[in-house]
Design a protein around this ligand. Sequence first.
Ligand code: MG
Length: 345
Amino acid sequence: MKIRAKNIDLHLKYTFTISRSSEDIAEVVITELEHEGIVGYGEASPSGRYHETRTTVGDFLRSVHPERWDSPFQLEAICTQLESMSEWSGSARAAVDISLHDWVGKKVGVPLWKLWGLDKQKTPRTSFTIGLDRLDVMEKKVREAEQYPILKVKVGVPEDREIIATIRRITDKPIRVDANEGWKSVNEAVEKIKWLEGEGIEFVEQPMPAGDLDSIARVREKVKLPLIADESCVNVRDVPKVKDAFDGINIKLMKCGGLREALRMIHTAKALGLKTMLGCMIESSVAITAAAHLSPLVDYADLDGHILITDDPFLGVQVIDGKLVLNDLPGLGVVPRLESVRRVP
Ligand code: MG
């Protein structure tokens, strides 16, 4: 078994700004796992928030030594081994995990959704993210997002009210808001969320810093809107820890290390009565499509990374009127753009 890794720059249509950071380019790594003449694609989109860069991903992948594995079917053993190598390696492990799943699906000739016994008609609609910007630019982005029925709006800054009021003047679509840990006190979070309750908001993601679960639990007691954990919930071990502070969790392959861990998180969350959501970083169609295969299992999807960029090198899951539409190709069902014209049914 061999793994090749290629660095790719994904260019964002608009500078992507959230409460703590800003980026024009997402530096991702595309992996190709080759065994018995079959290639499985994977992707890492490393985030500094989780102590990863493209360099750490490259170092991790070089230390994997896939020649020691007999078969990609040994997913459980391989993924367990990868997890023991480094704690902060979620996106690097996700790249290998996604490649392995794509390979297995291709080998048996079945799309992943079918392999898992899921119904591809049951994929949810994804939200479309409106990053922070000047108010006139945010307004322009909302108008351009006409085809997407649900918006996710980044907040967590002093101008939150103006942002939501501006967007509400031009659309009555459901809005989800994401503060990305931006509100610094219980009072600020409660005050902002109570105001948002009158604005047609579906839920609030990560109102306060990840580690401050006691404060978030106090916020939760005082507000009606559901709270969803993102930065507070990285992997399956975090799910029970957040159950008193949040109403649901946002699962990302790049945080948790891939599809196997994501599946464990979905079932653990459901057992604890938590809502489930699949989210993403800025990613190409490889990683977005991987997550979309699990999406029939979750309550909410925010899988729009591939539609926020201008140069997606792959074609996979489509977003049609907001709905995630998976194809019938084996494995992930992703093909490089240049080949896509003749291969996607
Ligand atoms: Mg978030």
